[in-house]
Design a protein around this ligand. Structure first.
Ligand code: SF4
Length: 336
């Protein structure tokens, strides 16, 4: 893990944000590319949000990228372009919660700060046989106390890294490797045979599925019309085809015509379905149906918040995964 080979606070901050809710293998190539493009706080602050989102495209949870960009600006304006050293100062920055602040302070600056990310939560709960839902307020308070009790004076960095590594490699969610664990002789769960029931398994939630219809307007040079999503919502700041969700009982075509009327105040002739792609986001799944459209009334919006993705598909636009898949599908069909 490249982020383990540095004590540079900027790099550690970037890695900790990327690792929130994302697996190490997924993060690794993004981390390398991101740092090549934005090697320090100043370059990140000077970059456009579009460039930052483009570098983040595919990593998901885009509010993290928006917050990194915003925070870089704050660091330049108020902290001399440096990542602050204390948990309190870190907590005041966008996108940094208590565990991330603890991890940055401990790893980058050697502070004796506890952490409690998803892996640490599991390790600490098992080590001290803390029963109950680790995300409930009461249990979480106990876990923070226990996590803090693990930190020896002057050993904050070692403790944070050890807990993280143990959770990533040994104390695995479904099959903890207790026989290989250096803590097995002092782990309450292991000694009492509770390691498979702590933390309790969460009931699987039904993941809803939505049919979403997208309008593909093309220029004669093959470029495709995109609109920027509102910055504060889901997939905020990304560029996407004009689209809408199909209501129950509605045909795909009617759903698209309605959405274009409601959102863009235009009428369009739907020529053909150019492709359909499926994608699972964190809390829902979609099938995105793309329809080649031609205007029949009104005019496509122009200017701020609108753009044309070049026919070859490259450019500076960061697209949600499903929209990117649809572009790739269209290009494959065209033999590009
Ligand atoms: S002994 Fe088992 S349950 Fe306990 S910390 Fe190690 S891997 Fe986890």
């Amino acid at each position: 893990m490249a982020w383990r080979e540095t004590l540079d606070p900027y790099r550690i901050w970037v890695s900790e944000i990327m690792l929130q809710q994302t697996r190490v293998e997924t993060v690794a190539p993004y981390y390398e590319r991101f740092l090549l493009e934005f090697p320090d706080v100043g370059s990140l602050a000077r970059a456009s949000l579009d460039d930052v989102l483009k570098a983040w495209e595919g990593l998901g949870y885009y509010s993290r990228a928006r917050n990194l960009h915003k925070t870089a600006g704050i660091l330049v304006a108020r902290h001399g372009a440096r990542v602050p050293r204390t948990v309190e100062a870190l907590l005041a920055l966008p996108g940094i919660g208590r565990s991330t602040a603890g991890a940055i302070a401990a790893i980058a600056f050697g502070a004796d700060a506890p952490i409690l990310d998803a892996n640490a939560r599991r390790v600490v709960a098992r080590l001290f046989a803390v029963e109950g839902d680790p995300r409930s307020g009461r249990v979480e308070r106990v876990l923070w106390e226990r996590s803090a009790s693990l930190v020896r004076k002057g050993k904050g960095r070692d403790t944070a890294l050890a807990v993280m590594d143990l959770g990533a490699v040994v104390c695995l969610p479904n099959a903890p490797r207790c026989r290989e664990c250096p803590l097995r002789s002092c782990c309450s769960s292991c000694l009492r045979g509770l390691q498979d029931s702590i933390p309790p398994k969460r009931a699987k939630k039904m993941i809803p599925h939505h049919d979403v219809v997208a309008a593909v307007f093309r220029r004669t040079d093959g470029a495709m019309f995109l609109m920027r999503r509102p910055s504060d919502g889901l997939l905020g700041g990304l560029w996407a085809f004009p689209s809408g969700k199909r209501d129950p009982g509605e045909s795909l075509e009617d759903a698209l015509r309605r959405s274009l009327r409601e959102k863009l105040r235009v009428r369009a002739v739907l020529q053909s379905e150019v492709g359909a792609v499926r994608h699972a986001y964190s809390h829902y799944r979609i099938t995105l149906h793309g329809f080649l459209c031609e205007m029949s009334g009104g005019a496509l919006p122009a200017g701020e918040g609108t753009g044309w993705l070049p026919g070859h598909g490259e450019g500076t636009f960061a697209l949600p995964r499903a929209d990117r898949m649809l572009v790739e599908f269209i290009h494959r069909e065209e033999g590009r």
